[in-house]
Design a binder for this molecule. Structure first.
Ligand code: KIV
Length: 279
């Protein structure tokens, strides 16, 4: 199955069923127009808490709030017809207890129309994932580099190298056994990601985890060249919209200063327009 094959948005079970045969395509989105651009190509769209860094200029994802996720979730939902929407649970909204996680996940589902929520963490989040799934909330898990924990994992480092591989495998197994329908593997050595992908019954969605995962996700502003503050090695830029935009704004400014914009075709005359021209 691909996004173009299904007329209505897939359910988490449809995404799970793609494991092992059909690559799962995903990007992040935060606004209606961006969601519209990717709807036909993506199987699911993630309203990631990366929104804090790429749209709001925050230094990390830690300052992202429930209200921000709900607002961006609602905006993205308006732009989607055929892709499923997953919304990230922000830092501080789920770690305290399964009950806290349920309250906030239920709010996200009810107020945005998301098909699922995503939360970060492995073995220590398994109880919470099981609690949410048992109460009707599909969960996408996220292990490896978990950006909400940069202060305890020591920055944006590759996770699971050497002796740390066993713990990462255990994290992936724990979230799968807890009932997650898919798991994001972020910044994980490709051979370990391959082993996890072979081991788990649920799809792995890689970001910096090699080509062997069941699917891939990128932050849309990274791959379009809109966010240029830094570029992780795993990002491929498919466009340079940031540079194009900067050049376009410079052209506009020069034309305003030279009084060559607006030109006659952008200008209204005193006479009423000819019927049917709409001018
Ligand atoms: O917030 C985000 O954009 C994410 C992706 C990097 C998977 O969690």
């Amino acid at each position: 199955m691909s996004a173009t094959a299904h007329k209505t948005a897939p359910l988490p079970d449809d995404i799970r069923a793609m494991k092992g045969h059909t690559p799962i395509v995903s990007l992040t989105a935060y606004t209606t127009p961006m969601a519209q651009m990717m709807d036909a190509e993506c199987d699911f769209v993630l309203v990631g808490d990366s929104v804090g860094m790429v749209l709001h200029g925050l230094p990390s994802t830690l300052g992202v709030t429930m209200d921000m996720m709900v607002m961006h979730g609602r905006a993205v939902a308006r732009g989607l017809k055929s892709a499923m929407m997953v919304v990230d649970m922000p830092f501080g909204s789920y770690e305290e207890s399964p009950q806290q996680a349920f309250r906030n996940a239920a709010r996200i589902m009810a107020e945005t129309g998301a098909g699922a929520v995503k939360l970060e963490g492995g073995q220590h989040m398994a109880e919470t994932i099981a609690f949410l799934v048992a109460r009707g909330i599909p969960v996408m898990a996220h292990v490896g580099l978990t950006p909400q924990s940069i202060n305890t994992i020591g920055g944006y480092k590759v996770q699971g190298r050497g002796d740390a591989a066993a713990a990462l495998m255990a994290d992936a197994r724990a979230v799968s056994e807890a009932g997650a329908f898919a798991v994001v593997l972020e910044k994980v050595p490709a051979d370990l990601a391959d082993q996890i992908t072979a081991d788990l019954p649920i799809p792995t969605i890689g970001i910096g985890a090699g080509a062997g995962c069941d699917g891939q996700i990128l932050v849309v502003d990274d791959m379009l060249g809109l966010f240029t503050a830094f570029k992780p090695k795993f990002v491929k830029r498919y466009a340079a919209l940031g540079a194009d935009g900067t050049a376009a704004i410079a052209d506009y400014a020069a034309e305003v200063r030279a009084r060559t914009f607006p030109a006659p075709e952008h200008t209204f005359s005193a006479e009423a327009p000819a019927k049917g021209t709409g001018k």
